[in-house]
Design a protein around this ligand. Structure first.
Ligand code: GPK
Length: 838
């Protein structure tokens, strides 16, 4: 490549090529230069926001140098690449992460101090990039971190939403949603106005015969919307590899406005067109584990799949390799069913544009895709109405029918005696209207399907995809237990614990190889180590207490047991079980003698999480928590013995403050409903224990840390079906007396107007208690009692937490990514780029 550029030019470029800062002085010079020239500010009007902007731009320069080199090297080596298609990337803040990943923390801290700023204050100026709902989106963000850290050539593809997940405000104890317009100043993205893709919607299909007599289809006369690429650099930790996250933004294909319409006096119509196009990437849908079937959502999905595939195919075609090499060059992972349209889209490209035969196109497609399932709950499984798909994507519907036809033929041939199976496994559900079962299409179009924890992957194989295991054999289905990046969730969120571990292990290697944590167990009896470990936990609790006072106005005592449940609010996650338990605790305290009260372990129950805006029950759970907090926190009989806090607007940057501060965290879903959970891993890694059900990754956490270091309770997944059945058909419903008392108290108006809470109570008492709150209540309360007792022995508790931390190595997202790379993608790392003079 270089040889094509004349010698003199090459020399000039090399001489002036951008240099990365290495010293504190150079860092400060870069920051000041950006503040003065990029931002047009000065020493005299540089506030913290400007200091953040200058620092971010200085860091960005550095990332970009490494990013350019990584991309050049990948272009040159042309290895097999991974493309992670996810509608959600819950990235959080980028600056702190960038500073740590390039190993510049001390330099940046000292440099900022010399310029008159505290690093923490500067970092906290950044808005979260909140392009996701919950676990699924944060998993994607952890995966990007691991892919770069492990030097895998990998790209993420998503949408550039103008509005991320809404900000949550609490008004009169109710959730209020506020739009999250986050793009005012975003130094981490690079608009690529030259990288665009025209995406078609609607229109019709015309069949024709080409010169060789072959029958072909062409999709035409649709509406065109243009996708513009925005790139964000993803730095690896301790490596120069800097990968790319490409976000697509939608705009009208005719630019600002349509001149023909404008000139014919339809100015308003032309602007309306433009706004309609921009609406596609305007907002992240705020539903978690719920499919709402909205047309705009389907448009988002196709827009993003079509733009991404075009980009991937364009890159492949530059290499001039034959089509049969495609799956040797490209691995595409479907994060849930949201990108499933990528399957018929690749087929359309191969059949209609590249004129491949069906069988070849299909084997390329299947070899390219892998599909990750994140839930077995029916309300979350996407099904698009056939008339809607027909209208919006007529050619794709034909291809989906053809895929189904070939598939059902295969099933019929191989299972001639099981004719009922055909309707069960058909991609098309024979409902009114008919619907496309996206999960089935994803299974059929992929070569591997994985669940996200062992129990979940078992349920995937034995429930929703049971027939497919029979059809394809068991090898198509596998498990990759989720993980988390220890860079953000230990080193960044809990720097002092990271430093303590590094001091004993002789450096920070464990951040790249988390299994090294097992060496920490040797220090479990080391007095000096224990003292510092305890002091760190206390300091983290003090930090959360300070935050709680400043932001929520509630005083909590950091010596109390901190009990935390933060995650999306969902009936299956059972925050209602937690708050009913809190009410029970309150009632017990109220009925105790002062003498008995003096022996009680003080506790703070923290809650946090957003409810989907249309999810009434979840919103009432939030309301109940806030109302209980109002009463309990103001009760002079109770004092520090019990406090109830709802931490509003839970997000990634808040999780970095909350996670290191727990003594106990709650992961109490109805068994069989939480596919994995990932915050459970974060809390234990930061020295907190879990109260949890035998669900998701709790089971593997138990296996790793040992049964003595986790508090499990409740019914097992295998018994859930029978219990549900019994609620409906068994003898009359008998409530545990203490739960009955909780309900009576709510109904009596102790926590304000009981009207809003009737749905919560009735769903248990009158509507079959689908989530088995009543079945698990007693064992939940008892286990909380065991925790109170155990916590009183602070030395034994400390031993448990240290032991648990040392056994968490398995839950690094690096381990997951290596498993995906080997079992699903068949890709190898590419050694990081060399730098000039390196
Ligand atoms: C699963 F189906 C979904 C969804 O729509 N959103 C979401 O965040 C979560 N998830 C699971 O609920 C978690 O158990 C799991 O850890 C996470 O995905 C990542 O796999």
């Amino acid at each position: 490549v270089e040889a094509s550029v004349p010698e003199e030019q090459r020399e000039a470029w090399k001489k002036h090529s951008a240099k990365e800062f290495k010293t504190k002085d150079q860092f400060e010079a870069d920051v000041v230069r950006h503040i003065e020239t990029t931002l047009a500010r000065s020493l005299f009007n540089c506030d913290e926001a400007a200091a953040y902007a200058g620092t971010a731009l200085a860091l960005r320069d550095r990332l970009i140098i490494e990013w350019n080199r990584t991309q050049q090297q990948q272009t040159f080596a042309d290895p097999k690449r991974v493309y992670y298609l996810s509608l959600e990337f819950l990235m959080g803040r980028a600056l702190d992460n960038a500073i740590l990943n390039v190993g510049m923390k001390d330099i940046a801290k000292q440099g900022l101090e010399e310029l008159g700023f505290r690093m923490e204050d500067v970092i906290s100026q950044e808005r979260d990039a909140a392009l996701g709902n919950g676990g699924l989106g944060r998993l994607a963000a952890c995966f990007l971190d691991s892919l770069a850290t492990l030097n895998y050539p990998a790209w993420g593809y998503a949408l550039r939403y103008r509005y991320g997940i809404f900000r949550q405000e609490i008004v009169d104890g109710y959730q209020v949603e506020v739009p999250d317009y986050w793009l005012d100043f975003n130094p981490w993205e690079f608009p690529r106005h030259d990288v665009t893709v025209d995406v078609q919607f609607y229109g019709g299909v015309r069949k024709y015969t080409d010169d060789s007599g072959k029958q072909l289809s062409v999709w035409e006369n649709g509406e065109i919307v243009t996708a513009v690429a925005y790139d964000a650099p993803i730095p690896g930790y301790g490596t120069r590899t800097t990968n790319n996250l490409r976000l697509w933004s939608s705009k009208a294909s005719h630019g600002e406005f349509d001149f023909t319409k404008f000139n014919s006096g339809e100015y308003e119509a032309s602007v309306a067109d433009q706004q309609r196009a921009e609406t596609i990437s305007a907002v992240l849908y705020p539903n978690d584990s719920l499919d709402r079937g909205k047309e705009l959502r389907l448009k988002q999905q196709y827009f993003w799949c079509a733009a991404s595939l075009f980009d991937i195919v364009r890159r492949f075609k530059k290499s001039k390799k034959a089509w049969k090499e495609f799956a040797n060059q490209v691995a595409i992972q479907l994060n849930d069913t949201h990108p499933t349209l990528a399957i018929p889209e690749l087929m359309r490209i191969l059949l209609d544009q590249e004129s491949l035969e069906w069988d070849e196109a299909w084997s390329i497609t299947q070899a390219t895709f892998g599909y990750t399932n994140h839930t077995v709950m029916p309300e979350a499984l996407e099904k698009w109405s056939v008339p809607l798909v027909q209208h919006l994507l007529p050619r794709h519907l034909q291809i989906i029918y053809d895929i189904n036809f070939h598939f059902l033929q295969y099933v019929e041939r191989n299972f001639p005696k099981e004719r009922e199976m055909l309707s069960r496994v058909s991609i098309i559900e024979e409902s009114e209207p008919k619907r496309v079962r996206m999960a089935f299409l994803a299974v059929i179009g992929s070569h591997k399907v994985n669940g996200v924890a062992e129990l979940h992957s078992d349920l995937v194989r034995t429930t929703i995809f049971k027939d497919f295991v029979k059809i394809y054999g068991p090898d198509k289905f596998t498990n990759v237990t989720n993980g988390i990046t220890p860079r953000r969730w230990l080193h960044q969120a809990n720097p002092r614990l990271s430093a303590l571990i590094a001091s004993k292990l002789g450096g920070h290697d464990f951040l790249r190889d988390l299994n090294l944590l097992h060496k920490v167990e040797a220090y479990v009896d080391d007095e000096e180590f224990r003292k510092e470990f305890r002091a760190i936990k206390y300091a983290n609790k003090v930090r959360l207490a300070k935050y709680t006072k400043e932001v929520e106005g509630i005083t909590v005592n950091p010596s109390s047991l901190f009990d935390i449940q933060v995650k999306r609010i969902h009936e299956y996650k059972r925050q209602q079980l937690n708050i009913f338990g809190v009410i029970h605790r309150y009632l017990e305290l109220k009925s105790m003698s002062p003498e008995a009260r003096s022996k009680v372990q003080p506790r703070v129950s923290f809650f946090g999480g957003k409810a989907a805006p249309g999810y009434w029950m979840a919103k009432m759970v939030i309301h109940l928590i806030n109302q209980v907090g109002k009463v309990v926190n103001a009760d002079p009989d109770i004092g520090d013995l019990l406090k109830v806090v709802f931490l509003s607007d839970y997000n990634v940057s808040k999780a970095e403050i909350i996670t290191p501060a727990s003594d106990i965290s709650e992961h109490i879903s109805t068994a069989g409903t939480e596919a994995s959970g990932t915050s459970n891993m974060k809390f234990v890694l930061n020295g907190g224990l879990i109260i949890g059900t035998c669900d998701g990754a709790n089971i593997e956490i138990t296996r790793e840390v040992g049964e003595d270091n986790i508090f499990l309770f409740g019914n097992l997944a295998e018994d859930v079906e029978d219990l549900r059945h019994a609620h409906f058909y068994g003898d009359s419903f008998q409530l545990d007396p203490s739960l009955q008392r909780v309900f009576d108290t709510i109904r009596s108006g102790t926590f304000g107007d009981a009207g809003p809470f009737s749905g919560l109570v009735d769903s248990i008492v009158d509507h079959g208690d689908y989530y088995l709150v009543s079945d698990d209540f007693k064992s939940y309360v008892e286990t909380q009692g065991l925790i109170d007792e155990a916590y009183k022995d602070q030395e034994a508790w400390l031993t448990r937490t240290i032991t648990a931390v040392s056994r968490m190595g398995f839950f690094s997202s690096d381990r997951c990514i290596d498993e995906y790379a080997e079992m699903i993608w068949n890709v190898e790392p590419l050694p990081p780029p060399k730098m000039n003079g390196a």
